[in-house]
Design a protein around this ligand. Structure first.
Ligand SMILES: Nc1ncnc2c1ncn2[C@@H]1O[C@H](COP(=O)(O)OP(=O)(O)OP(=O)(O)O)[C@@H](O)[C@H]1O
Ligand SMILES: [Mg+2]
Length: 230
C-alpha cells in the first residue's frame, strides 16, 4: 500500500488570524506498521485523518495508491479502514450482528449471506454470543473489538487507528494492541501507548504541527520521551 504526503498541510482560518494545524508534510508511508506519537494537540489525528479524507489538506496533497482522498473518496475508503478512539462513533446499529452487516452492505449484497458473514466475523473476534445483544450492553473493550471487527470485515488494505486503546484496561489494551500489530494489513497507529508504539516498524513524532522525528519506532518513542520535560 502506498501512502504519500506531498507537502500536505492544513491551515485553518480563525477569528484572530490563521492557525497551522499541520505544517506542509512530505512523507511516504510504506512500512507495515507505523506509529504516530506526540503531545495532545500536536497534529497526529489531523495527519491520520488526511489519509482517508476525513480532513482535506489546504496545501499539498495526499495520495493513497495514487488516489487523492479529497477527490476520489470512494476509491480511498475502499482501501482504508479508519478506527476511531471512541467506538461509539462507529457503532450505529442496535445489535452487534446488525452493525457488522452494515459494514458488509456494499460487499455482500444478499441479505442472508450477509448475516452469515457477519456471524463469522463475530465468531472470529469472540463476540458471536453477543450477536443479537444491544451494542450498549458490551463492555468498552468489546465495543472497541466490535468496531475494529467492522472495519476489518471489509478487508481494507490499510488500517488507520486513532488511539484505539486509550479507553481500555490493561487486558483489552493488550488484546486490541496484539490484534492490530498482528494484522497482515498495513497499520498506521496513532497512540499514547508508548509500549505499543515501540513495537511498530517505524515511528513518527509530531510536535507543534510538524513531524519532528521519523525513524525506527523505538527510537521515535525515545525521542518523544526525551522531548518532554521531567
Ligand atoms: N478543523 C480545525 N479547525 C481548527 N483547529 C483545528 C481543526 N482540526 C484540528 N484543530 C486543532 O489542531 C490541533 C491539532 O489537532 P489534532 O486533533 O490533530 O491533535 P492530536 O495530536 O491528535 O491531539 P490528541 O493527542 O489530543 O488527540 C489542535 O489544537 C486542534 O484544536
Ligand atoms: Mg488526536
Amino acid at each position: 500500500m502506498s501512502i504519500v504526503f506531498e507537502g500536505a498541510g492544513l491551515t485553518v482560518d480563525t477569528p484572530d488570524g490563521s492557525r497551522v494545524v499541520l505544517a506542509p508534510t512530505t512523507l511516504e508511508l510504506a512500512e507495515h506498521r507505523i506509529a504516530v506519537v506526540g503531545a495532545n494537540g500536536s497534529g497526529k489525528s489531523t495527519l491520520a485523518r488526511m489519509i482517508n479524507g476525513l480532513v482535506a489538506p489546504s496545501a499539498g496533497r495526499v495520495l493513497v495508491d495514487g488516489f487523492d482522498p479529497a477527490r476520489d473518496g470512494r476509491e480511498v475508503r475502499r482501501r482504508v479502514g479508519f478506527c476511531f478512539t471512541d467506538p461509539a462513533a462507529q457503532l450505529v446499529m442496535p445489535t452487534c450482528a446488525e452493525d457488522i452487516e452494515l459494514s458488509l452492505r456494499r460487499t455482500v449484497k444478499d441479505a442472508h449471506l450477509r448475516r452469515q458473514r457477519a456471524l463469522q466475523v463475530l465468531e472470529r473476534h469472540g463476540l458471536v454470543d453477543h450477536a443479537d445483544a444491544s451494542v450498549h450492553t458490551l463492555s468498552g473493550g468489546q465495543k472497541q473489538l466490535l468496531a475494529l471487527a467492522g472495519v476489518l470485515a471489509v478487508e481494507p488494505s490499510v488500517v488507520i487507528a486513532d488511539e484505539p486503546t486509550t479507553l481500555l484496561d490493561l487486558a483489552n489494551t493488550r488484546r486490541i494492541g496484539d490484534l492490530l500489530l498482528g494484522l497482515e494489513q498495513q497499520l498506521v497507529l496513532v497512540t499514547h501507548d508508548l509500549d505499543l508504539a515501540a513495537r511498530c516498524d517505524r515511528g513518527i513524532v509530531v510536535a507543534d504541527a510538524r513531524v519532528v522525528y521519523d525513524g525506527p519506532a523505538a527510537a521515535a518513542v525515545d525521542h518523544y520521551v526525551a522531548s518532554v520535560p521531567a
